[in-house]
Design a protein around this ligand. Structure first.
Ligand code: NAD
Ligand code: LMR
Length: 311
């Protein structure tokens, strides 16, 4: 029997990440190859023409899974009935800025959009905040949309997680799919802690700890960490624009694993509300290692004595 379409909201859909992510959603990268989707795309009035153009291209691409496209500048229309909300709308930082420097502009957007989501989205809507500062915007959204369950509001640190996997795979010269269980702790900012202390590589003689294979603690405790922490800035320096294809792809990874589940024995990093685990203040939106099953995430517990020592 054909499945009902899932309604996916992308805000800031006429922007860089929006332009990269909507074809991924329409092609099944986010929700799987058998799941029809209806895209709701929101942007602001000055971008309305560009947004229309994105809609035209989506139609022209003839994606079999795409059962409808709404392109609008009306936040209520955009939020109505959505099952997944990917909140990208906002302003990116420029070279030389920190992510918190876009706080005053972006946080006000999340205050305003929280109530539209709360009133008009599907009751079980899963929310992923991408726009920076991502943890703060998600926290604001949670505070201003109190009837959305806390567990349904998350922010993107999967890009940092994927960056860490990429750095290890390059260093050890293995496929990125053979590296697993890195962790991003904290904020999507330069204060995050990329942790490889429990990460492994799948080799022909079984799973080996990353620390053993890299065999260079100076690099793992130094350049590896700063490279991941500063990768966003390095991309802005090189492209004169912030990351977009990797952000879009990682946002799809985040939602796919949340909805469809993480593979057995694998954890991923998600910015989620803290229940006090690992001594992190309850209620903050913080990146933890999580596993997902049945559409729910759970913080991985009890594995990280080393992290406790660091704290
Ligand atoms: P962009 O400027 O290319 O696009 C942003 C879009 O948002 C624009 O089309 C703009 O018109 C729209 N917009 C602005 N205010 C809006 C509102 N109130 N409602 C709806 N749309 C609105 O920027 P981008 O490169 O796509 O980046 C978007 C955001 O994502 C930035 O804040 C950026 O820093 C952040 N980002 C986060 C991560 C992460 O890992 N969390 C990664 C990359 C980028
Ligand atoms: C990133 O990490 O690439 C994004 O947060 C964009 C930025 O400002 O660094």
């Amino acid at each position: 029997m054909a499945r009902d379409p899932v309604r996916v909201l992308v805000t800031g859909a006429a922007g860089q990440i929006g332009y990269a992510i909507v074809p991924m959603v329409a092609r099944g990268v986010m929700l799987g190859p058998d799941q029809p989707v209806i895209l709701h795309m929101l942007d602001i009035e000055p971008a309305a023409e560009a947004l229309k153009g994105v809609k035209m291209e989506l139609i022209d691409a003839a994606f079999p899974l795409l059962k409808g496209v709404l392109a609008t500048t009306d936040v209520v229309e955009a939020c109505t009935g959505v099952n997944i909300a990917v909140m990208v709308g906002g302003f990116p930082r420029k070279e030389g800025m920190e992510r918190k420097d876009v706080m005053s502009k972006n946080v006000s957007i999340y205050k305003a959009q929280a109530s539209a989501l709360e009133k008009h989205a599907a009751a079980d809507c899963k929310v992923l905040v991408v726009a920076n500062p991502a943890n703060t915007n998600a926290l604001i959204l949670k505070e201003f949309a109190p009837s959305i369950p806390e567990k349904n509001i998350t922010c993107l640190t999967r890009l940092d997680h994927n960056r860490a996997l990429g750095q290890i795979s390059e260093r050890v010269n293995v496929q990125v799919s053979d590296v697993k269980n890195v962790i991003i702790w904290g904020n999507h900012s330069s204060t995050q802690y990329p942790d490889v202390n429990h990460a492994t590589v799948n080799t022909s003689s079984g799973e080996k700890p990353v620390r053993e294979l890299v065999a260079d603690d100076k690099w793992l405790n130094g350049d590896f960490i700063t490279t991941v922490q500063q990768r966003g800035a390095a991309i802005i320096k090189a492209r004169k624009l912030s990351s977009a294809l990797s952000a879009a792809s990682s946002a799809c990874d985040h939602i796919r694993d949340w909805v469809l589940g993480t593979p057995k024995g694998t954890w991923v990093s998600m910015g989620v509300y803290s229940d006090g685990s690992y001594g992190i203040q309850s209620g903050l939106i913080y990146s933890f290692p999580v596993t997902c099953e049945g559409g729910k995430w759970s913080i991985v517990q009890g594995e990280f004595s080393l992290f406790r020592e660091i704290l």
